[in-house]
Design a binder for this molecule. Structure first.
Ligand SMILES: [Zn+2]
Length: 261
């Protein structure tokens, strides 16, 4: 039997992507429209298309939001309207203060904790009761040293693990997903790993990479979406995560939608 599937959307703008910021070697230069508070055209088109998608179905969905987006008042106003319109089915998780790829840098406990506290404060301020103590590491860069800090700051769910051998370097020096998962367990955090197929990624960017996208589409179509993660967490049901990006909604002249059932 297949696992239950929890769906979520990562709110990264172009300036947040590792090729533009937050990574010691992958970040070449800042995105050219990257005035800190500005939203890119793609992101704004994605907002409109996401709203249309929300109106077309009843899926419960979690938004993983990067706290620095709230520096933009257009975004803040839009998000708050969306939350109030779809209040029963939208939950909010923490996707960092900026989009720093923490485990690609040397261990920095103080810096990570400071960013976590600040992002929690901002998300609490703008998302109120829809916010949950759920974390997704920016760009999926999670290492064991980050886990006790998540626990100390009240996080109950983590969804950063993409248990594909292709990506184990993202876990820092140990290069081991199972080490991260063990660490979550020891610290009382429920890990909801990203769904894979044959140990290949089928989430996020994989939705647009040749071959992987064919595998992903078939798997997504066969994944029953859970009614409510809050309820699911109370049971011991096996859950895996499927996610895409808000920016995806701007693809194909803003006609793209996730390949769900
Ligand atoms: Zn991200």
């Amino acid at each position: 039997m297949s696992d239950s599937t929890w769906i979520s959307i990562d709110f990264d703008d172009l300036r947040h992507l590792p090729k533009h910021s937050g990574h010691p070697t992958r970040s070449k230069k800042p995105h050219k429209t990257s005035v800190e508070k500005e939203l890119s055209g793609d992101f704004q088109r994605g907002m409109v298309a996401l709203e249309r998608w929300l109106n077309s179905n009843d899926y419960p969905v979690t938004f993983f939001i990067i706290a620095d987006l709230f520096e933009n008042s257009t975004f803040t106003t839009w998000l708050q309207a969306i939350i109030s319109q779809f209040s029963q089915r939208i939950t909010i998780g923490n996707h960092g203060l900026s989009h720093r790829s923490w485990s690609a840098w040397p261990e920095d406990i103080a810096g990570f904790e400071q960013a976590l506290i600040e992002s929690n404060r901002i998300l609490q301020q703008y998302c109120g009761p829809n916010l949950r103590p759920w974390f997704r590491a920016p760009a999926g860069y999670i290492a064991p040293w980050m886990v006790p800090i998540l626990a100390k700051n009240g996080f109950e769910v983590d969804s950063s693990v993409n248990p594909s051998w292709l990506l184990k370097r993202k876990t820092g020096k140990d290069k081991s997903w199972s080490k991260v998962i063990d660490c979550m367990k020891q610290n009382g955090i429920r890990e909801i790993a990203w769904k894979t197929k044959w140990s290949l990624p089928i989430n996020g960017p994989a939705l647009h990479i040749p071959i992987l996208k064919t595998i992903a589409k078939r798997e997504w179509k066969n994944s029953p979406v859970v009614d409510c993660l809050d309820d699911c967490l109370k049971s011991n049901k096996q859950i895996t995560a499927l996610y895409w990006h808000l920016l995806d909604h701007s693809r194909n002249e803003a006609t793209w939608s996730p390949p769900l059932q």
